[in-house]
Ligand binder design. Structure first.
Ligand code: ADP
Length: 492
């Protein structure tokens, strides 16, 4: 038994979980609405029925009293002006005309004097509750089976006085069915109203469900379309509510994804292009050498060129690998407390040779003590090598390159300043893009791949730092890198 209950419950749960959001929404709304409407209808219906019953009894009692009053008056007229009783009967008949109300008059001994209903035969009435009450000059209604018509009737009665004398009792009765009919018609009206309320509630829930489910369906469709390669698919934003926010977030995500993929495609196109030219030249040289009919002088030159080209390819491959490592698995770059000074000194010393050959002065300016930064030693070295190497490369003989390290809490500021040819303003926003070179004509001749600054930027981002560049053509360029101190990141 318990097992049955458990599996039943599980089935119900999985059945419910598989229903669409709209079905869930509408069915819950419908059920709750139904419950409320049924409870309200039942409660107000029963109250209304009681009230109606009381109202009709009360009305009948008032009617009895009014007729009894008039009848008393008529008895006086009859005595004073000699009107015949038949005239009074006519009057009474007029009261009950056209309805199934019955008016009956008894004398004080409860003998029937007359009745508007021909079914009522002469008789002596028993002391029923309403007649007893009327004799006591009070009111009481009674519902009972009518001996003449065999139907349930509602009875009320009132005493008829002439002056001070009790002349008799006036009894009015109506079929109980009449009261029931009125109550039933009120019930009918209530039920129709209830049904309308349920209908309105269901329509409202349908609309509400639709307004939530529709955008969700659109997001699902768009997600599938994007997965299928339609990267430009977006969803309409229905409003500023949570569903609207989802649509906005989805569109933003799609936008970013599209940009990212476009960037990747461009990157691959550029990388292939970069690889193709040196490979073509390698192939041509190799072919010529294979033929073996070259004078030894040219042979040696070609072999040297082959070597150089291979070296460049090697360098390019290394850079591409660096970049993809940074891009794909940035977490492999472990951040730790790093002392910049020894690294900077080492890099400057190594590159001094190259600077010296070009007759460019390379100088390092730094205070005795510098707090450690949160970075990786290899990454920092890479940043400095790239920036200083670029500066030397683009500075003509007689110029200078200054590397300045200053604490600028919470950052360490590293500045690489040269007196070189500078970067044109229109190129400045692009120099961190992959394969971007200012002097396109020189391309690979000077060994640059156009990836150096891209790698620098990625590393700086990884260290939660910032990089800026200022340049005026003909005067020189300054790269400013800020890397957070270890202490700053430890407290944050
Ligand atoms: P590359 O490896 O070809 O040098 P980078 O990404 O390092 O590529 O630099 C991109 C471009 O920015 C270079 O082609 C160069 O023209 C320009 N550039 C970089 N540093 C300097 C500098 N200090 N002075 C002038 N131009 C520079």
């Amino acid at each position: 038994m318990k097992w049955l209950a458990v599996t039943g419950w599980r089935r119900l749960k999985s059945f419910w979980a598989d229903r669409s959001l709209a079905t869930k929404f509408v069915s819950v709304y419908f059920l709750v609405g139904l419950l409320i409407v049924v409870a309200l209808t039942w409660r107000s219906g029963s109250q209304l029925a009681t009230a109606l019953e009381e109202e009709m009894e009360h009305e009948l009692e008032i009617e009895a009293f009014i007729i009894a009053g008039t009848l008393g008056k008529d008895f006086e007229d009859m005595l004073e002006y000699g009107r015949s009783p038949s005239q009074i009967l006519t009057l009474i008949h007029q009261f009950g005309e056209g309805t199934d109300s019955r008016i009956t008059f008894y004398d004080v001994q409860l003998n029937l004097v007359f009745s508007t209903d021909p079914n009522v035969r002469p008789h002596r009435a028993s002391l029923t509750p309403e007649l007893a009450a009327a004799l006591r000059n009070s009111e009481q209604h009674d519902i009972r089976m009518d001996p003449w018509t065999q139907e349930m009737r509602l009875y009320v009665a009132a005493p008829v006085y002439q002056e001070e004398d009790l002349m008799g009792l006036l009894q009015i009765s109506i079929p109980w069915q009449r009261v029931q009919d009125r109550i039933n018609s009120e019930w009918g009206r209530l039920i129709v109203t209830g049904l309308l309320a349920i209908l309105a509630n269901t329509l409202l829930s349908l609309w509400l469900a639709w307004s939530i489910v529709r955008p969700l369906q659109q997001v699902t469709q768009a997600a599938r379309a994007i997965a299928g390669g339609h990267l430009d698919r977006r969803v309409p934003v229905p409003g500023k509510d949570e569903v609207g926010m989802l649509a906005v977030a989805f569109n933003e995500m799609a936008e970013r994804l599209q940009e990212m993929i476009a960037r990747e495609r461009l990157f691959i196109a550029n990388a292939s292009h970069e690889l193709r030219s040196p490979l073509t030249s390698l192939k041509l040289r190799a072919e010529m050498l294979r033929e073996g009919r070259l004078p030894p002088e040219r042979q040696r030159r070609y072999i040297m060129e082959l070597e150089k080209e291979a070296e460049r390819l090697h360098a390019l491959a290394n850079r591409l690998l660096d970049l993809s490592r940074l891009q794909l698995r940035p977490e492999t770059e472990v951040l730790e407390a790093v002392d910049v000074m020894p690294i900077a000194r080492d890099v400057v010393e190594t590159l001094s040779l190259r600077a010296g050959r070009k007759d460019v002065q390379l100088r390092l300016h730094a205070p005795q003590q510098l707090p450690k930064v949160r970075a990786s030693a290899d990454g920092l070295r890479e940043i400095l090598v790239n920036l200083i190497d670029n500066a030397i490369k683009h500075t003509p003989a007689g110029g200078s390159v200054d590397v300045v390290l200053t604490p600028e809490p919470p950052y360490l500021r590293m500045e690489v300043k040269d007196t070189g040819r500078g970067i044109p303003p229109e190129d400045l926003p692009h120099i961190f893009e992959p394969f971007y070179r200012v002097d396109k004509a020189r391309r690979r001749q000077d060994g640059g791949s156009g990836l150096g600054l891209t790698i620098v930027k990625r590393l700086v981002d990884l260290f939660h730092g910032r990089i800026e560049v200022y340049s005026s053509p003909g005067e020189g360029t300054v790269f400013v890198v800020r890397i957070p101190f270890e202490s700053a990141s430890a407290t944050s």
